[in-house]
Design a protein around this ligand. Structure first.
Ligand code: F6R
Length: 610
């Protein structure tokens, strides 16, 4: 999704803005732009370029931008109007004295546009954003804060905006509804940004602007109001993660770095969330009695988080006996799920800003359900709109393809299910302690898998020219098959399907011939024999099989072209272990194909629009 960074201080704004934009690249974008107040001609100086930020840098080198200490900048991920120079942000009023950057969608922009056009205002883009610039201009009589306040009173939808005016060249105004925006507090300088990594090397002191709040920033001051003008005393948070965690640290890609962070993320989670043999779910916002009386659970999420939720279903049902329904949030919000007394909503999200997940939670809570979230982003919208939060604390995930956030979400589901199983007496103490012990050992097993990553890289070298992949799994690893296919298609663009292996005969087997690459997830478990039967059926039709199997299973070598081994563990916990080879398969295939692994085409890290 789009990224915003704005600066006001005493330094040259443009290099700071460009640096910040680069740190937001992971969000996905198709064009970028910078706007600064220019003392020269009383206008805002704008530079925009389609494609990568380096194109913008090249443009600024060839067409120098005036000196300025206040500015706004943006990476755009097209929604209204094609990715193009004219649709890139910042957008200006006709005189080019006011400039706006915007994330989100203005739903009533057509009607405002028509109204402004009737007044003779000429639009220069197809975007919804441009109406904001013209509205601010209409209301501007020397006070930018008042003009922005009036303009946002006219628009409907989701937005985070940054606004500057050449008439007030020491002021940056910001506002948000729906889309995230933070304020970074520096020394003699202040920032706005869509996300923390953009400003992490400048300051660790941030204010998370809340929905319905606006801010006025000068070099030495930040003031916040509600849209109705009521002043707000801001809460300043201190970011605990380091610049290093938002940089590649020697890895060629963020994705590979984040794959390698998984042992630490899970080990940290186990350390913080367990005390001896007990699971600690601080922050969940529900008492033990409320947890005991849960009648049913809806898990709502999108994409990879949805797959984590599917694993959660298997685990919660098995360990606690509570019925669980998993819904893609975009489906949940538009059907009529049966919510009753005792229904709990569990949303799952890395960013905490996914529009559909947020809407699903809002709808359910408006209908009386309790909602908790398993979330990575501290202070995000989902967290604020839920009754409780189980933070995954996986650190910033920069690679667009989710890896460490996924295993952290699954890790949290095990802990949650163990707690529910304990409270509802579905599990004996001995059973619970055994699973918890095995779970605590997973980070060590992760390291074993990662040590063998070159073997996966070799297999990827043999496989990257296949035009289509099938991923098969059963039971708790059916979601793993879906996730393996999603990972591969999003970063390598190879068509890939995930299937429950038992469904093979009901259609997908028609795909199998010698040109089909099939990844079979077959760790030791109750369904192992069934997986072997499926593998034989594929083999008989000349499909090319890579199996993920348990260390010591030599039998499987007879059936598969390649085997990737994972260490032995409780079968219920295997989705954690198989996630790593699946991520590595996708990663190395994409690298062999020369794809932009960290920023796959068309994808955005944080999907803040529907
Ligand atoms: C895939 C991926 C996406 C996200 C989905 C939900 O690798 O990252 O499918 O999982 O967009 O995002 P969050 O978790 O931020 O709600």
């Amino acid at each position: 999704m789009c990224g915003i960074i704005g600066y006001v201080g005493s330094k040259e704004a443009t290099p700071i803005l460009l640096e910040g934009l680069k740190k937001l690249e992971y969000r996905g974008y198709d064009s970028s732009g910078v706007g600064v107040c220019s003392a020269k001609d009383g206008k805002i100086a704008i530079r925009k370029a389609q494609g990568k930020i380096r194109h913008l840098e090249e443009l600024i080198k060839s067409h120098a931008i005036p000196h300025s200490t206040v500015g706004i900048s943006h990476t755009r991920w097209a929604t209204h109007g094609a990715p193009s120079h004219r649709n890139s942000h910042p957008h200006c009023n006709v005189k080019q004295t006011i400039a706006v950057v915007h994330n989100g969608i203005i739903e009533n922009y057509q009607e405002i546009k028509q109204e402004l056009q009737k007044k003779g205002i000429k639009f220069s883009s197809e975007t919804d954003t441009e109406v904001i610039a013209h509205l601010v201009s209409q209301y501007f009589h020397g006070d930018l804060i008042k003009a922005v306040q009036k303009a946002i009173g006219r628009v409907r939808g989701a937005f985070a905006i940054g606004v500057i005016s050449s008439a007030t060249p020491n002021l940056l105004v910001a506002a948000r509804v729906g889309s995230p925006l933070i304020i970074g507090i520096g020394k003699g300088e202040n920032f706005i940004a869509s996300d923390v990594p953009a400003i992490l090397d400048k300051t660790k002191r941030v204010i998370y602007l809340k929905d319905g709040e606006m801010a006025a920033l000068t070099a030495n001051d930040v003031k916040i109001w509600k849209f109705d003008g009521k002043p707000v005393t801001p809460k300043i948070d201190t970011i605990t993660f380091t610049v290093g965690s938002a940089q590649k640290e020697g890895y060629p890609h963020f994705m590979l770095k984040e794959i390698h962070e998984q042992p630490n993320v899970l080990a940290q989670m186990m350390k913080v969330r367990t005390k001896g043999n007990n699971v600690i779910l601080d922050g969940i916002g529900l008492s033990d009695n409320q947890l005991k009386s849960i009648k049913n659970i809806y898990i709502v999420a999108c994409g990879t988080a949805y797959h984590a939720g599917m694993v959660g279903k298997y685990v919660i049902e098995k360990l606690s006996g509570i019925p669980v329904t998993v819904d893609a949030a975009s489906e949940f919000r538009y059907r009529e799920p049966i919510l009753q007394k005792g229904t709990l909503i569990v949303s799952v999200s890395q960013s905490g800003e996914t529009a559909d997940t947020l809407a699903a939670v809002r709808d359910a809570r408006a209908r009386g359900a309790k909602a908790i979230t398993i979330c990575n982003a501290v202070g995000s919208s989902l967290v604020r709109e839920s009754d409780g939060v189980l933070y995954t604390h996986a650190g910033p995930e920069i690679g667009v393809a989710s890896t460490k956030a996924y295993t952290a979400q699954i890790g949290m589901f095990y802990l949650f299910a163990l707690k529910l199983g304990e409270l509802r007496k579905k599990l004996s103490d001995a059973e619970r302690q055994k699973i918890l012990k095995e779970l605590k050992h997973i980070p060590t097993l992760f390291k074993t898998i990662l040590k063998d990553k070159d073997h996966v890289a070799q297999i990827a070298k043999k496989k990257f020219r296949f035009g289509c992949f099938l991923f098969l799994g059963r039971n708790v690893n059916y979601p793993s098959a879906l996730e393996g296919a999603l990972k591969l298609k999003e970063i390598s663009y190879i068509p890939a399907e995930g299937y429950a292996a038992g469904e093979m005969k009901h259609g997908p087997i028609a795909l199998i011939d010698e040109y089909r690459a099939v990844v079979c997830i077959a760790p030791q478990s109750d369904v192992y024999e069934k997986m072997i039967s499926n593998i034989q059926e594929i083999r008989a039709r000349k499909g090319k099989i890579t199996a993920i199997a348990t260390q010591g299973d030599t039998n499987i070598k007879k059936h598969a072209d390649y085997v990737i081994y994972i260490p032995k563990t409780n079968p219920l916990l295997t989705p954690l272990l198989v996630a790593l080879p699946l991520q590595l398969i996708a990663y190395y295939i994409a690298v062999n194909l020369g794809c932009d692994v960290d920023q796959p085409r068309n994808l955005a890290k944080s999907v803040t629009v529907e």
